[in-house]
Write a protein that binds this ligand. Sequence first.
Ligand code: NAD
Ligand code: MG
Length: 402
Amino acid sequence: MILGPKQQPRQRVTVLGSTGSIGTNTLDVIARHPDRYSVHALTAHTSKEALLEQCLLHRPAVAVLDTESDAAWLRQALKRAGHTTEVNAGSEALCEVARDASVDCVMAAIVGAAGLLPALAAAKAGKRVLLANKEALVMSGALFMDAASRSGATLLPIDSEHNAIYQCLPSDHRDGLAKHGVRQLLLTASGGPFRGWSEEDIAKVTPEQACAHPNWSMGRKISVDSATLMNKGLELIEACWLFNATPEQIQVVVHPQSVIHSMVAYHDGSVIAQLGNPDMRTPIAYGLAWPERIDAGVETLDLFQVARLDFEAPDEVRFPCLGLAREAMQQGGVAPVVLNAANEIAVDAFLQRRLSFTAIGQLVAEVLSRPANGDIGSVESVLAVDQWARHQAAGLVTRWSA
Ligand code: NAD
Ligand code: MG
């Protein structure tokens, strides 16, 4: 056991997806508190140079990349620099660093369905799971929540909205929102970069425009999701699982300043909100230190500079993805898995300029309308549905981009 200056054991952390936007912010917070945290493992898909830099700085016991050839490159580079980090490759290696007995806390910050198995491995192993990878919950919410409750894992939401709601709810909220006098969860949305744009202009949107979010700096996939409002749809599903809520108990509120990160409305008329500068280090630090509070490197909100807070209803006609996600959750079963998979393929095709921005929602709607077989009773069956929907979506991309 390693003891820091405060004579408390340091938490050993695995950061899945450490080279991404959430991953680098996590390492920023960890580096501010060397007495509290040590890094067990860092992982990346293909960004081997970025992972090398992180390994040199944070000295993890293990690093993981996707392919064996990238892993061999990193192994050599670290050896030359005199480091003893073990370097592995592939998805089983990701699960291993998530469930390793020496690990206390796992930041699940891989983007998309690729993050499901390692996040689930952490939940099954009873870790403190800091969940950024919302797609994992969208695909397998029931399995995930069940695994966490069986193992006694502590699940802390990192998505800023869910982290805000978590902070505004009593700690024992999982036994039913009604019991705690909750009327509604108010999920805030910035509205994305194209809020108020005409349908004609939205149809011509480029990947560069979609990735330039007005308030948050994020990875490319979630930036596109924010622009289509699919991100809010995925978050609605995520909130249903995390807080044991129905889609009807969640109201999406467009709040362009992104200062209120979400709210909880209670039956007595109280509305409790969490506010802060739009900086993901706040929810990350909350998750790392919970139930304590630590410095996240984030300035206190200057309310005089904010000056005003605006609210409006989401435009579900110009941005149909939010409605598609709500319907998928209401339908239940495999529908959220199909929604997520079709969206991942459509966003990828948009980023490769093979699909227009407007076609993202159209493609997701088309795949959702097709009869899907399968069930969500096991992770294998979830992944089979995911593969089926990806195949359907890829076929449509080929046809629509021809
Ligand atoms: P990102 O694209 O910046 O980073 C993704 C990370 O995952 C990288 O380290 C990448 O190497 C790794 N990765 C990608 N594909 C992989 C694969 N197939 N196998 C293994 N590793 C893979 O993404 P991000 O913006 O940091 O988002 C990460 C997750 O957090 C997403 O699920 C996103 O929805 C969620 N999230 C992000 C933010 C944000 O502000 N960025 C906010 C809320 C939630
Ligand atoms: Mg969010």
